[in-house]
Write a protein of this length. Structure first.
Lengths: 551, 331, 133
């Protein structure tokens, strides 16, 4: 009898001894609806091969971590997402955060910027500066980073449809500070596929959008080699209501689609894959999240090596940023969110994230106040310096539960990959509304489980209290829109408008062909064309996208 | 309740008045009667298209493109979109509007979403009255769109002058759907998404199916002998691409051709007669059913009959005959 | 045979905000409660919404806004409805609406203000109990 058989036998006995004990639920299922057993033993991972399935951190298949010594060498980047109001206001907030220990910048843009619409446009009514910093022209970008040395800091810009334009502005801003593009470090989110799937901030149809993305990838391989060109995102997919497995599968599927697009362009996979990065959510189920990150690394490494023939280790290494789940924050008893965020942040750290944004406790109600954002940052600092979890790499490896669940999530993700393949790939699957249906169903199911009490949200559907505490909220001045409009109008008077017309025409001509559009975009914004003007010029060539609404 | 204010606004082309009146006829059959009374003489101008197809055939995009073409011709279009009511909850998600409105502005197009409310005949009545309202409102063309699988949907199409059914290449189910009763009344089969492989095969599938049909729409029993000799309408098949607009001019010419056929052959009169008969049956069915139900619940005479049936001195069929006598309906 | 009156509801997302998870869940819940629901989709301008109200004649309009633009968009929508002579429709706004903005919105005729964490039955009952006709 092997050791495994003995354990199996003993376990049966043990199960019998527990069988008459009542449990709190009929079954325990995690957020991906995977049933979780009472206990995990070596039998659950008896086929686990250390070399092949786990390996060492910083080595294929990277299950145990992207880098060899992880946080012993360098802590994750504490990168709090920020942006609101005018460029001046956000510039102040950035300086505040840097002063208090933040190590990388992360830019949130105004909704009108995200959609490539000018602040003065009808469609921008009520939106300017509310959800992020209002940027219309290069001048705004210069103000945003005024007094911040772009060669010394890395910046993540959360922008998708107009990413190429904002990136162009960043490059020119740095240039004006005297820094050449090779010095620049940071990332643009630039992940349009998840927009069609979840966040819905698209402008053009899928094909021209992919072209723009590959243009930025190609441009960076030549001129901005330290830049991460896409932050392939699962965060939004999860926020839209997907399960953890769906988040894992759909995000990686998007990643593979970008790799294939790059290869189709004729680029060598090892030239651009090292600069792809990921962005995951960190939600409530502690172990599920940790296993998700480990499974992600292993899946990516295997595919890059076996399917896409990557040779460089950096191409196979999945690096990711994490944000704690916005959707899990409650408006009721907002202080409780500090606890939620801490647990979610801890899961991300135990999962090996490279950078982390922790939400502020008041974010179910508004953009964060200074006090709230400071606590969020402190949560990270306490995890990093007081909890001891950084003392060793991948501390949970070898746990029967963790390794079992990591395997299980990989398995379920592979099921999804098959389904997507059958539909012809990510873009056909988007057109067939495959992802959107899965997400709509998962989110409705979740809501029902919350409604009938199966899923507990403390102080919302259990332990509720009548009186609500009020906390001070951040208020965005309606003045911002007026100010931004004034700025925009001024710039349009000051600049050379004949040049604008010229550059936009050149851009349109190039767009009709197959040239890389980055140099043309850079030229246009350099003479202070607005984002809205560039986008409109491109819309004339690319058209706009309309979705089928699925629910 | 007096709706004359709304009605006079309707006749002047006021959109809100039309919408309010549609709500009224949808929900209140007594009021519907008054409304139709007042507006009937102003109807008859609009040309009515019935459009259906299985899910996945791209109806919404097709209708949008078709409508865009009509608008370019200067026509005013009304679209009635019917979606199923959930038999479990009684509610409905009316999802067609959202797919359509992006293709044109709402100045020349009136879109109204309706739930079929799971009722035999009830839907057809409400839709028929809505058509009249949109007709009096000034629509040149009225499109009625449904998923087309139920009996009530087939009834709706009796109100339509030209019936189009959508199919797409690669979808196996769609031919099954039309076999379910729509086939007999289809005037034009439209193969949408003609850019997809298999479009031509779909056309030949349809042609094959038509060969096996034993009768055409205008050959039914109540079809006037006189017209049997004049050219029949053999259902036409048309391919289109709703995304690019390809072939829509051809399709619209086909619709015109059908319209002309109806007029020249005089069948249009027959169609009108059938439509009126069908509509009357619907109205009568509703009125009589209501009358009978009221009677059953209030009439003392009937209570006596019920007692007799309980005592087994009368059976239910005989009781029904007694009631028919009571109502003076026996001939 | 009398038919129980069906409540017709429009669920809309005005402005640029594309976060439609809540709106879709609410649309489904209202349907499950027996109502006839039209979801207008994202990126609706005030004119889009008002035109739809004019044609569809719903009993209630539910606006879902999470981007903070409610103070600007809601009054514009209410004014346009008034211009059309529409005053018997329940107009509710939900999403992220800070308490301090409620009086201003109430003054313009809006109700509701439900946000994340509200259970769906509350919203269904709210619609049933606040219809204006």
């Amino acid at each position: 009898m092997t050791e495994f058989d003995k354990i199996k036998e003993d376990m049966e006995e043990w199960q019998n001894s527990v069988s008459d004990k009542k449990e709190r639920q009929r079954s325990f299922r995690n957020l991906s609806d995977i049933e979780i057993q009472r206990l995990y033993t070596p039998n659950d991972i008896k086929d686990l091969n250390y070399e092949l399935d786990l390996g060492f951190p910083g080595q294929y298949p990277y299950t145990r971590g992207a880098y060899p010594n992880m946080y012993r060498g360098q802590l994750w980047t504490m990168r709090q997402f920020a942006g609101f109001g005018t460029a001046e206001q956000t510039n102040e907030r950035y300086k505040f955060l840097i002063e208090h220990g933040q190590t990388g910048l992360s830019v949130a843009f105004s909704l009108h910027t995200i959609y490539g619409v000018e602040a003065t446009d009808q469609k921008a009514l009520g939106e300017v500066g509310k959800e992020g910093v209002a940027i219309d022209t290069l001048e705004d970008m210069e103000t945003l980073f005024d007094g911040i040395d772009l060669s010394k800091i890395s910046t993540s810009m959360t922008i998708n449809a107009p990413a190429s334009i904002l990136f162009a502005m960043y490059i020119v801003t740095a240039e004006k500070q005297g820094h050449s593009p090779e010095k620049l470090r940071g990332t643009i989110q630039n992940d349009i596929l998840k927009e069609y799937i979840a966040q819905k901030s698209w402008i053009f149809p899928p094909e021209p959008s992919m072209r723009l993305i590959v243009d930025t990838i190609e441009y960076c391989t030549k001129y901005v080699p330290q830049w991460y060109t896409i932050s392939i995102s699962g965060y939004h997919i999860r926020e839209a209501g997907s399960t953890a497995v769906q988040e894992l599968a759909f995000t990686l599927a998007d990643g593979f689609a970008y790799v294939e697009a790059g290869i189709e362009r004729g680029l060598n996979v090892d030239d651009f894959a090292p600069r792809l990065s990921f962005f995951f959510n960190s939600h409530n189920n502690f172990f599920e999240e940790i296993c998700k990150y480990r499974a992600a690394r292993r899946i990516w490494a295997k595919r890059m090596k076996n399917k896409y023939d990557a040779k460089k280790p950096e191409s196979m290494r999945l690096r990711f940023h994490t944000q704690t789940a916005g959707v899990s924050l409650t408006a009721q008893e907002p202080e409780n969110n500090i606890v939620r965020v801490t647990l979610q942040g801890l899961a991300a750290v135990l999962g090996g994230t490279q950078s982390l944004h922790t939400n502020s406790f008041d974010e179910a109600l508004c953009l964060p106040t200074e006090k709230a954002v400071k606590i969020a940052l402190r949560s990270q600092q306490i995890i990093a310096h007081e909890s001891g979890v950084t003392e060793t790499v991948d501390p949970l490896a070898g746990s029967y539960y963790v390794e079992w669940l990591t395997n299980k999530m990989e398995e379920e993700a592979e099921n999804y990959f098959e389904q997507i393949e059958e539909l012809g790939g990510v873009i056909p699957a988007i057109r067939a509304n495959f992802f959107q249906k899965e997400i709509a169903n998962a989110s409705y199911k979740y809501q029902q489980e919350v409604e009938n009490g199966e899923k507990v949200i403390v102080a919302v559907n259990r332990f509720q209290q009548e009186e609500q505490s009020t906390i001070p909220l951040l208020k965005i001045d309606e003045e911002v829109a007026a100010e931004q409009s004034k700025k925009l109008n001024n710039i349009k008077k000051k600049r050379d408008n004949t040049k604008i017309k010229e550059e936009l025409e050149k851009l349109q001509n190039a767009a009709r062909g197959t040239e890389n559009l980055m140099p043309y975009i850079i030229d246009a914004i350099r003479v202070y064309a607005s984002i809205g003007e560039v986008i409109n010029a491109l819309k004339e060539v690319f058209g706009t996208y309309h979705e089928d609404s699925i629910f | 309740m007096d709706h004359s204010d709304l009605i006079s606004k309707l006749l002047k082309g006021n959109t809100r008045a039309a919408a309010r009146l549609i709500t009224i006829v949808e929900n209140d059959i007594e009021a519907a009667e008054q409304v139709v009374n007042s507006i009937y003489q102003y109807t008859g101008r609009a040309y009515i298209l019935g459009i259906t197809g299985a899910p996945g055939t791209g109806k919404s995009t097709f209708i949008s493109t078709l409508t865009k073409n009509f608008i370019e011709e200067g026509k005013k279009v009304g679209i009635i979109c019917v979606d199923p009511t959930s038999p479990l909850t009684g509610g409905a998600l009316l999802g067609d509007r959202i797919r359509m409105k992006q293709h044109f502005s709402l100045d020349n197009v009136f879109i109204r979403s309706m739930a079929n409310r799971g009722q035999l005949g009830g839907l057809a009545r409400a839709t028929e009255d809505t058509i009249k309202i949109l007709d009096a409102y000034g629509c040149d063309i009225i499109i009625v769109e449904t998923v087309g699988v139920g009996q009530s949907e087939v009834d709706i199409f009796k109100s339509a002058q030209t019936v189009l059914v959508l199919l797409v290449p690669g979808l196996g189910d769609d031919i099954q759907v039309i076999k379910a009763g729509i086939m007999e009344i289809t005037d034009i089969f439209v193969v949408n998404k003609m850019d997809l492989p298999g479009a031509d095969k779909k056309v030949s599938d349809i042609m094959q199916m038509l060969e096996f049909k034993s009768s055409y729409k205008y050959e039914s029993a109540d079809f006037d002998e006189k017209f049997a000799k004049i050219n029949q309408w053999t259902p036409e098949i048309s391919k289109v691409n709703s995304k690019t607009g390809e072939n829509f001019e051809v399709l619209i010419k086909l619709i015109e051709k059908h319209k002309l056929f109806l007029q020249q052959s005089g069948i249009i009169l027959n169609y009108l007669k059938n439509r009126i008969k069908t509509e009357s049956i619907q109205i009568l069915r509703h009125k009589l059913t209501k009358k009978i139900e009221d009677l059953m619940n209030t009439d003392a005479e009937i209570d006596k009959y019920i007692d007799q049936v309980i005592q087994k001195s009368l059976d239910p069929y005989s009781m029904a005959n007694q009631i028919i006598k009571m109502l003076g309906l026996e001939k | 045979m009398s038919e129980k009156r069906k409540i017709k509801v429009l669920v809309c997302k005005p402005g640029l905000d594309g976060h439609d998870r809540g709106a879709k869940v609410i649309a489904r819940a209202l349907r499950d409660a027996g109502m006839e629901v039209i979801y207008t989709g994202i990126h609706q301008t005030p004119d889009d919404i008002v035109n739809t109200v004019v044609q569809e004649d719903p009993d209630a309009v539910m606006l879902s806004i999470l981007s903070g633009s409610h103070n600007a968009l809601c009054p514009v929508i209410m004014d346009k409805l008034k211009e059309q002579g529409i005053d018997d429709v329940l107009v509710a706004v939900g999403g992220i609406i800070p308490d301090e903005d409620k009086p201003f919105l109430e003054k313009h005729g809006l109700m509701g203000f439900y946000g994340p964490g509200t259970d769906l039955n509350t919203i269904v009952d709210f619609v049933k109990n606040n219809l204006k006709r």
